[in-house]
Design a protein around this ligand. Structure first.
Ligand SMILES: [Fe+2]
Length: 351
């Protein structure tokens, strides 16, 4: 029989979700919904764009690590220890140019401990020795988000530039001569999804000096957009879905704004730990990464891992696969949809 761990909805509790209000953000805490995560800006570092030179424009390697959830289960420190063993192995096996840390890096802000959780997390991410981006997840809670932006910006190997934009920014991958190859549109989906602040930032983006300028781009966001439901319904969709799409208050209006940028090829999210599928909706591929942190729910249903993406800026093509710490891989197959644990390739046979 499969073991089913507590999922995110059960963890948060329905009553906390029902109490959502943009105007009345609850105090952050283990159970509270802090809607405006990362929204308070910081202008300590006014730029909203970082640049990274990559060695081989025909083989750009991006490793998406999502839902690391440091300090989720503080009574079981062996889980974070496992994550800290797994990530360096994932990096060693995949040799990425950049890490896409797509949210829920740490877990909440109980009794004001979020700052310490973040500092621990930034120390670890920096120690991995690879340039990295970060997008806010619904559990990345702090008392002081302006200070959080600054800490994220100042951390070693960080490409985070989200301070002035309330967590939204651009990273441009360039060749050694400084030509733009591929952009990353990094968005803060706060506590309840991409909402008015992010839509406003996206609407203004084409007029900004830091707008995406490469031919191709990926969006990196913690929470999926509503169209992930459509993606699952698409005949060519493939992958695993063991829980529903938690796009929450996102109403489907963010994706057209992302599409209007004209260059975004794919949207990478996390958030739903036991989903790993991909399909194209309205010209943009919607992709679930693979949850990485052993402290987060779902590891007994879907093994923890990461998503390695290889982009060729010369051809505009990209490929991806899920990778595990031992270096083995798994790929979604178009049209092959798995929605029962028993049908996953990693299901344990009954004892
Ligand atoms: Fe998560």
């Amino acid at each position: 029989m499969p073991k089913f761990s507590i999922n995110r909805r059960q963890f948060l509790g329905a009553s906390a979700l029902g109490a959502y209000s943009l105007l009345h953000t609850q105090a952050s805490g283990a159970e509270g919904v802090d809607v405006q995560i990362g929204l308070t800006p910081s202008n300590t570092h006014p730029g909203q764009k970082a640049v990274l030179s990559v060695a081989d424009p025909s083989r750009i390697r991006l490793l998406q690590l999502t839902d690391i959830h440091f300090f989720c289960k503080t009574a079981r420190p062996e889980l974070d220890k496992q994550t800290l063993e797994d990530v360096p192995r994932l990096i060693e096996k995949t040799q990425p140019d950049i890490l896409l840390v797509s949210g829920d890096l740490w877990h909440d802000n109980p009794l004001g401990k979020g700052k310490g959780f973040m500092e621990f997390a930034l120390d670890k991410v920096s120690s991995w020795g690879v340039p990295w981006i970060f997008t806010w997840g619904n559990h990345d809670k702090l008392d002081d988000y302006a200070a959080g932006h600054d800490a994220l910006h100042n951390a070693k190997h960080s490409l985070y530039r989200g301070g002035p934009g309330g967590g939204n920014y651009i990273v441009t991958l360039q060749d050694q001569a400084g030509a733009d190859l591929w952009d990353l549109v990094c968005l803060n989906s706060m506590g309840r999804g991409l909402l008015a602040p992010q839509r406003d930032w996206l609407k203004a983006l084409p007029g900004q000096e830091f707008r995406p300028a490469a031919k191709n781009a990926f969006a990196v966001v913690h929470i999926p957009v509503a169209q992930y439901e459509q993606a699952w319904a698409a005949p060519e969709c493939g992958g695993v879905r063991l829980e529903g799409v938690s796009s929450w208050d996102e109403d489907g209006s963010a994706l057209p704004l992302i599409k209007a940028l004209g260059t975004v090829r794919a949207y990478f999210c996390g958030h739903d730990h036991v989903n790993d599928y991909r399909a194209t909706v309205d010209g943009i591929e919607l992709v679930y990464g693979r949850a990485t942190g052993s402290g987060g729910y779902g590891g007994d249903e879907v093994p923890k891992g990461a998503k390695i993406i290889t982009a060729n800026a010369q051809s505009g093509q990209y490929t991806m696969e899920t990778v595990y710490p031992d270096g083995s891989t798994w790929q979604t197959e178009p049209g092959k949809k798995i929605d029962q644990y028993e049908n996953t390739p990693w299901a344990k046979s009954p004892a």
